[in-house]
Write a protein that binds this ligand. Sequence first.
Ligand code: FES
Ligand SMILES: [Fe+2]
Length: 445
Amino acid sequence: MSTNAALAVGLGLGAVLLTLDPGAFHLEWEFPWLRGAAERIALCIAAGATVLALGWLYRLLFCPLELLRTPDEVGYIAEDGRTKAQAANEARSRRRVGELPPVYPNGWYRVLDSHMLARGEVKNVYILGQQLAVFRGHDGIAYVLDAYCPHLGANLAVGGRVLGNCIECPFHGWQYRGTDGKCEKIPYAEKVPEFAQVRRWPSCEVNRQVLIWFHCDGLEPQWSIPEQEEITNGQWVYRGRTEHFINAHIQEIPENGADIPHLDHLHTPGIPSGVDLRYTNSKTWEFVRHDWKVEWEPEPEPNSHCSQMRVNHSLTLFGCRLPLLDLRVVARQVGPGVVFLRFNHSFLGQGIMMHCVTPVEPLLQCVTHTMFYQSNIPAVVPKFILKGESIQFERDVMIWNNKKYIAKPLLVKEDSAVRRHRRWYNQFYSENSPRLKYQKDTLDF
Ligand code: FES
Ligand SMILES: [Fe+2]
């Protein structure tokens, strides 16, 4: 039973027992202890309910918001008695994907948040269609290696042990260095062959996240992820994160930022209208509207791998704008997979939301939003912003999960930023960038 349900039941029972008068049923003559017992039970339930209510309030006010959606949970319409998983599978198998760009652009991608990887811990991560062993050495540094041991193929991250800055294979005990992937020791062999090594992925740890660099030609990083000082120095603190899995090509997600007209259509209905696009335009919540003024521009050299979306958001209730709730956001995209959204509000303070898109497979993206906010602003404020963002985002998810990629879209003048965005994003593909292969004989991708 959820906390909310337990609370409701507890309060309900408490209320019933508190009003229960055994005298009305002449029960106290036969069972004189009953009144005392009923009172004691009522008191216990009321106390339990109060504890639950206080716990709920504490969580609301002080704990981070963690909203982790499963791949089928959002963005599909389950009708005619089908489960969400069935609806998702059907939509996936029926969809036409279109003429896709390469599937893994060159750039930095979030692997996990720093707190998820303790010293001496190893995690098996599946991203970019690869099995990776991500581990934190006893030197405190996070390393990323290919997970499969070249000896006989065991997965280093499943039962492997961290020794110093090496990972030891669980099968025969070969040890690989995190720094370069070289095999340092074979416990039963006299000599370690020169070529015994696994692939090391360039990685960095910044803004409390571990990221890896992907380049189809194996080139070393060509730019870095900018450190956000307020996160590093603790001025802004962690207030939560959301996680979504999206069935779409990666480019669809950042392109949304340059698709300015969609904001007025998809994101204008108020947050209470929810995420199901069949009902977001219902009359019930018509009085709550969001207004968006947005510009999108690429940055000049030497930051041509960055672009900026400047957003002025205002809220109207019954047609009246509430200027006190105006919010300015600058969303700076750094490469294909990381965006920093900086919030600035006159009295609700400042903070940053990191939006990271990491391809899991060609048509499956893991998207996280991680919120850091001024520590002196009550957690409920950034949590509300994060929740609001997540509702708006889930509307996009329903579009992405069901759409086709159109290589030559039919655009009008007002859509021009989409074209410019595609030109800008094109820089992250190179000749050898992997493409989705379609196998005609099996009809499988
Ligand atoms: S498979 Fe890894 S040491 Fe043998
Ligand atoms: Fe959107």
